[in-house]
Design a protein around this ligand. Sequence first.
Ligand SMILES: NC(=O)c1ccc[n+]([C@@H]2O[C@H](COP(=O)([O-])OP(=O)(O)OC[C@H]3O[C@@H](n4cnc5c(N)ncnc54)[C@H](O)[C@@H]3O)[C@@H](O)[C@H]2O)c1
Length: 266
Amino acid sequence: MGRTVIELGGKVAIVTGAARGLGAAIARGLIDAGAAVTIADCDAEGGTATAAALGARAMFHATDLTRDEDLDACVAATRARFGRLDILVNCAVTYQDRGLDATRAEWVQALNVNLVGAALLTARAGAAMTVPGGVVVNIGSVGGKFGAAGRALYPAAKAALLQFTRNAAVSLAPRGIRVLSISPAWTWSPALEAMAGTIEEADAVGARVHPVGRVGRGADVANAVVFACSDRAAFITGVDIPVDGGFSILGPDAGRSPRQWFAREG
Ligand SMILES: NC(=O)c1ccc[n+]([C@@H]2O[C@H](COP(=O)([O-])OP(=O)(O)OC[C@H]3O[C@@H](n4cnc5c(N)ncnc54)[C@H](O)[C@@H]3O)[C@@H](O)[C@H]2O)c1
């Protein structure tokens, strides 16, 4: 029996925040599955380089998610270049977050990029999609599911993005468009590299809170996005798919019994 692969040939996607990090990995995964991809990012230098590396089925479009005219232009440019639109992946992010010290302006900016930009682009892309069969994937985070000291803006936006996913899924289902979210845990990326230095260190520390024993890779997230965008996921909408190596199945005891905790203290 032949090996079956997920095929997105002929599909056209917009991936926000794809100049680097997980967005770039997701764009690569979609390209490898046969899709054409618009890299929508405010980083022109990184976005242009990433698009060039991905080849002829990739295009960079300078897009600031806080500007309505950029959202309109991104959708229009994608259709002009590739002829249609089937997939939107909302992946762009700002990690700016001073927690309870944040000003109103900082709150508004963080929510503008991480939540409102994604929601407004979903509406525009949804209206432009070839239907039925359109898909929106919102990238969430374990950070939006659990309490943590010192942060507030990013987790609040990510939690809200999952609720937006449920509402948009119900709103767009009659048009044949699915909306779902994928929530990574710690994943190798510029942000994690800045903290851990090396992938070996990231895996060593990450093993304590990810039962599979390592942090995620961009390809782990990209594989889930490709599946979510394919017809194999035709009956999945509105829900969150954790791609987190088991991070979110652990409780505050990090998977250790009291016996193990007290033995460690002793
Ligand atoms: N890296 C992780 O460990 C991790 C964990 C859980 C979830 N996530 C999620 O994965 C996604 C990607 O994370 P990452 O670490 O790769 O991020 P990153 O910071 O490496 O990349 C984010 C991208 O978003 C772009 N961007 C920022 N503001 C923008 C704006 N106003 N308009 C358009 N583009 C803008 C940036 O230019 C950048 O290219 C995010 O949604 C993040 O919340 C990441």
